[in-house]
Design a protein around this ligand. Sequence first.
Ligand code: ZN
Length: 133
Amino acid sequence: MKPLRIDHIGIAVKSIDESLKVYEALGLESTGIEEVAEQKVRVCFLPCGDSEIELLESTDPEGPVAKFIEKRGEGVQHIAIRVPNIEDAIAQMKDKGFRMIDESPRYGAGGARIAFMHPKSTGGVLIELSQRD
Ligand code: ZN
């Protein structure tokens, strides 16, 4: 597996509207807001060169992003690595003994196919593998 780039950095925020002020001040522009019901989040992508910032706002106090903010406060929540083939990437990481949260790809914002690795097996970093065609 040869990763292609950092696809995006996911940032847990209480309010996308509030946080946008920071990134817009930096000169980044939102490409719109999308709701991912399965993850109980609204997400906003801001392209930055070859990569993007992803702002994640929970739509439900029981959702994973709400839980994250409760435990650790707002801030960087995950790093997404773009891979050429998501099935391949999952299989290889499992072969190497890493624990996956997602054993098969699921739908991510922007039509990506994604799978999360378990932070307990990656030194505390939530890593998202992401394939976009
Ligand atoms: Zn993400």
